[in-house]
Each structure stands twice: as structure tokens, then as C-alpha cells.
Ligand binder design. Structure first.
Ligand code: MTE
Length: 319
């Protein structure tokens, strides 16, 4: 039931996540040396909504060992305001979004501006599976096995110029399928931005799939961003334009509420949102509303990898 073509590594090259996570746990316990124990991908149980599988090499180095959130939560409790403000709206309504054909244009401060058909984007670099924490600014979090490759691979292709300082992402607008566009809570299209070094950081993932399959529409099909050390709203869904700029872009959220949402939006337990603390979070799927909350980690737990990009910056000012 493929909705579009996707690269197909040999099944023998793929190790299912459950297997490598288990293997890594064993290795950490000293019980198992590195082995070539690859199993075929196919054994995974079919999902109810039958999306195409998206085979990927697991990237253990960039993956957390925390328990993965059930797919049923990650695909039914969503923020995708184009479909409405309720967490259930995207799952209920995004099925109608047209995701084929799809192209992403890369423009602005680049030597080689280009429009990439989604098939060409999918084939641009080998797919990796990475298990990242996703921390939403609202105070909840999930652990999701994403599939994609570093955004830097795409940016390298278009050759940013010496004036390339920032990068802006524009997401799709489909008035016929997206009832949320009638709302005035945000200025459409949904826009986000990163500084160039953040965009080139190896953790920044151009994402095409999750849980072994292509992205469900409600999670941002066919291509989205995942920036795991920033609040979830930086991870723009259903991207159609990437613009490399000299000036810092204004995101939809900054425009809507500048005191509440800054350009950086790095996860930071010490910098409160004006209306609530960010010190703690609720992990979705962990025992409901009465489950103990857990402390939020600096840069969402990616401090070692990303803190140097913000050395000397006052993170309360640049929130
Ligand atoms: N992208 C678009 N185009 N529209 C949105 O409303 N919401 C953001 C982000 N990307 C949003 C978006 C927010 S607030 C979050 S928390 C994440 O998507 C949620 O991603 P998920 O539903 O896959 O967990």
C-alpha cells in the first residue's frame, strides 16, 4: 500500500529496533560482545492503518534507551493546528490531507536552489532510525522512534552561501482538507526557523517515518523536521519550502505570542513559560494523569551534544 516510492535496503541490512535495543542492553551488562545478529525487518506486526514500511538502519549512538511511547499514543495525541486545536483532531481529520504529489523547494541564500520531489528526497541519504525524546512546551513528553537523515545532507546539496545565517521552514496549506486554517490563532502557513549551526547539527533530523513506517498524516507526512533539544513546536510538519536566510526568521508562534515563544525555544527546566513552570513533565502513556511527573532535562537531555552552540548566551533572554 505504498503511497510513494521509498528506498529499499536489503532486509538483511535491517535490524528491528526491539532487537538492537535488547542487544545494546545486554552489551551494557557485559553479557554480549558486538555481533552481526541481523534479523529480517518483516516480522513486525501489521499496523491497523497499514502504512508502507520504511526500512532504516538503526542509529544507536543518537538514540535514547528509554522506553518507547506506544505508537497508539504518538499517533492519536497530536498538535497539528491546521486540523484543529484539540489533540484528537489531527488523527480524526488529517487522513484527507493530500500528500502525493509532494515536493520541497529549497531557496534563498544557496548557490543551487532546487525543488526536490519527495521520491528524490527519500533517496537522498540512507534512512536511520533514531529514538528521540520529544518534549512539548505544554508539559508532556513522548519517546519516539523517528526515521530520517540529518538535515545537513539536504543543505549540503544546495550549497549555502556565505550569507546563510538562518533557515526558515514553511509548511503546507490545503484549505480544502485543513479546517484549522480558518482559525486565527496562528498566522498561516505554519512557519518555524533555526540558526544555521542548529540546522546543520547532526541531531537535527529530516524525518520521513516513525515506528518502522512512513509518517502518518497526523504526524507530519510526508516530511517534517525533528529537533529533539527544542520544544516540539520547532519540529515543523508537512514541510513544502525551506528558505535559507541572512536575517532571523519570525516563526508563527513568535508572531502570535512573542513573550511566550522565542526563536530559540530550547528545552530548559530553569526558564519558565510566563504562565507555567517548565521544570517537570508528564510522559504520555505513563499511568495517566496521576502518574508521578518527571524532571525535565536541560536541552531535553541532549546537553552534552548541543550546549556548546549556546556558550555565553543568556538563555533566559534568548528563550
Ligand atoms: N507543524 C505544523 N505544520 N503545525 C502544527 O500545529 N505543531 C507542533 C509541531 N509541528 C505543529 C507542527 C507542535 S506544538 C508539536 S508538540 C509537534 O509538532 C507535535 O508532533 P507530534 O504530533 O508528531 O508528536
Amino acid at each position: 500500500m505504498a503511497r510513494y516510492r521509498y528506498p529499499q535496503p536489503a532486509p538483511s541490512e535491517i535490524t528491528p529496533r526491539e532487537i538492537w535495543q535488547q542487544r545494546r542492553r545486554l552489551m551494557q551488562a557485559g553479557a554480549l560482545a558486538a555481533t552481526g545478529l541481523a534479523l529480517p525487518f518483516g516480522a513486525r506486526a501489521a499496523q491497523a492503518d497499514a502504512l508502507a514500511p520504511l526500512p532504516a538502519q538503526t542509529n544507536a549512538e543518537f538514540s535514547t534507551m528509554e522506553k518507547v511511547t506506544d505508537r497508539s499514543h504518538a499517533t492519536t495525541y497530536n498538535n497539528f493546528y491546521e486540523f484543529g486545536l484539540d489533540k484528537a483532531d489531527p488523527h480524526r481529520l488529517a487522513g484527507k490531507m493530500q500528500i502525493s504529489p509532494w515536493a520541497v523547494q529549497v531557496v534563498g541564500q544557496v548557490a543551487k536552489p532546487q525543488t526536490f520531489d519527495i521520491d528524490d528526497l527519500l533517496a537522498l541519504a540512507p534512512m536511520q532510525e533514531r529514538i528521540y525524546r520529544l518534549r512539548c512546551v505544554e508539559g508532556w513528553s513522548m519517546v519516539i522512534p523517528w526515521i530520517g537523515y540529518p538535515l545537513s545532507h539536504l543543505l549540503d546539496k544546495v550549497e549555502p552561501t556565505g550569507n546563510a545565517k538562518y533557515i526558515a521552514f514553511y509548511t503546507d496549506m490545503q484549505p480544502e482538507t485543513m479546517p484549522g486554517l480558518r482559525s486565527t490563532v496562528l498566522d498561516w502557513p505554519y512557519r518555524e526557523g533555526l540558526r544555521m549551526d542548529e540546522a546543520m547539527h547532526p541531531l537535527t533530523l529530516l524525518t520521513f517515518g516513525m515506528y518502522g513506517e512512513v509518517l502518518p498524516n497526523q504526524n507530519g507526512a510526508p516530511v517534517r523536521l525533528v529537533v529533539p533539544w527544542k520544544y516540539g513546536f520547532k519540529s515543523a510538519k508537512s514541510i513544502v519550502t525551506i528558505q535559507v536566510t541572512e536575517q532571523q526568521p519570525t516563526s508563527s508562534w513568535m508572531q502570535a505570542a512573542p513573550r511566550e515563544y522565542g526563536f530559540y525555544s530550547n528545552v530548559n527546566p530553569k526558564v519558565s513559560h510566563p504562565r507555567w513552570s517548565q521544570a517537570m513533565e508528564r510522559r504520555i502513556g505513563e499511568g495517566g494523569l496521576f502518574a508521578p511527573r518527571r524532571p525535565t532535562l536541560m536541552f531535553n537531555g541532549y546537553e552534552e551534544q548541543v550546549a556548546s552552540m549556546y556558550a555565553g548566551m543568556d538563555l533566559a533572554k534568548y528563550y
